[in-house]
Write a protein that binds this ligand. Structure first.
Ligand code: ADP
Length: 386
């Protein structure tokens, strides 16, 4: 005889049934959401049985990227089959590790399409556990990075090409300037010899022309020397933590005589320590300081102010003077090698100082520029990473 349930029991069962229905609905929504995420995701997914290594599910992105028409071609195959030989070895090892240690993250692998094309991808894998805490499934997520890799390769090749061309060019400049020094020395020696030995026989015009030869060859020797120095900047460099203040002090010490002669005042605030090339940074300050002393106004003692201010990841250094200043139209070519601005007071120089300065700043991946008021003074700025 069947026993009918009591009103309390049937109420309880009804409540349970409602709860189950609600949970089933939640599960359906969650599965639909997961299905959307899994299937329509722009990245590739494959679900693996970690014990056998077989693919039990995958999304349409993986199917189409591998060049298949439908999932059937992939489901049931061993996961190593969708990778290149080299990557499949890695996958087998990773699956082993996965069983022991859990998730795989950011592994670079290469997929192989039906037609043998390669797709470079980043693999991440998450585990699905059963109630007993045993891994029952592993979901592979594969993000196609072929385009990024292509761009990286292109950039690397370009960089290598550029470095090679630069090296060739520097070698060329170095060899040329080296070889030019010898005939130039002969010209200088011969003109000096002519002047000394035949001074009585030479007409004033003759002496004047020999004087030009002497002067021009002297200038050229200076330029060749500058060119050689310029080509040597950046060779065999070692980045260290540089105390810029210390380098400024050394530069000031080297220019001590000129500072005294010109009665210059140099004001500087405490300068920072940065990652850079020590000797080159000293040379940079030496060039800017020596210019600030050289291009001072007549009868006006130079006042040079050196400062540094932080700008996010950079330090912006400035060297300001109260000198003759530079006209706006002359600023453009200022940092080009051998470029000189004709000034009223004829100053000695070969036009390499600012080219050196720019090369040094560029070595530090920085920028250099000048702001100037003609007749009032100039401020040279350079911005270098901290
Ligand atoms: P050089 O001093 O040998 O001519 P640089 O490359 O150091 O070569 O400078 C290039 C030109 O820039 C100089 O000829 C000069 O006209 C100008 N210049 C550089 N520094 C200053 C300065 N502090 N004030 C005015 N003019 C400057």
């Amino acid at each position: 005889m069947s026993k009918e349930s009591s009103p309390q029991e049937s109420g309880y069962i009804g409540k349970l049934e409602k709860e189950i229905a609600s949970l089933q609905e939640k599960l359906r929504i969650s599965e639909t959401n997961f299905g959307f995420l899994y299937d329509d995701n722009p990245v590739m997914h494959a679900t693996i049985n970690p014990l056998t290594g077989y693919i039990v599910n995958c999304n349409s992105m993986l199917v189409s990227n591998l060049g298949h028409k439908n999932k059937k071609a992939i489901l049931g195959t061993h996961v190593s089959k969708i990778f290149t030989e080299k990557s499949s070895v890695k996958i087998v090892t990773l699956l082993d590790a996965f069983l022991n240690k859990g998730p795989i993250s950011s592994e670079e692998v290469t997929l192989k399409t039906k037609k043998g094309k390669r797709i470079q991808a980043i693999l991440n894998s998450r585990a699905i556990y059963n109630k007993a805490g045993i891994v029952v499934k592993s979901i592979f997520t594969l993000v196609d990075i072929s385009e990024i890799k292509k761009a990286q390769r292109k950039a690397k090749n370009k960089k290598e090409d550029l470095e090679r061309v630069n090296k060739d060019l520097e070698q060329f400049v170095s060899i040329c300037s080296h070889d030019l020094q010898e005939p130039l020395a002969t010209i200088r020696f011969s003109s000096d010899f002519l002047m000394q030995k035949f001074t009585d026989e030479l007409s004033p015009k003759g002496k004047e022309y020999i004087g030009y030869i002497h002067e021009a060859s002297g200038r050229m020797a200076e330029q060749i020397k500058g060119l050689l120095e310029h080509s040597r900047i950046g060779r065999d460099l070692k980045i260290t933590k540089v105390d810029v203040q210390e380098q400024l002090e050394v530069a000031k010490y080297d220019l001590k005589k000129r500072i005294q002669e010109t009665n210059a005042t140099i004001i500087s605030e405490k300068l920072p320590k940065i990652k850079g090339y020590k000797v080159e940074l000293r040379l940079l300050f030496q060039n800017l300081l020596s210019n600030a002393l050289k291009y001072a106004k007549k009868q006006v003692a130079p006042i040079i102010t050196i400062a540094a201010k932080e700008e996010e990841d950079f330090w912006v250094f400035s060297v300001a003077d109260n000198g003759i200043g530079i006209k706006q139209e002359d600023i453009e070519d200022l940092f080009t090698i051998f470029s000189r601005v004709p000034t009223q007071q004829k100053q000695e120089g070969s036009g390499v100082g600012l080219a050196h300065a720019e090369k040094i700043v560029k070595l530090h991946e920085g920028v250099i520029w000048v702001e100037s008021q003609f007749g009032e003074g100039s401020t040279f700025y350079f911005k270098i990473k901290k």
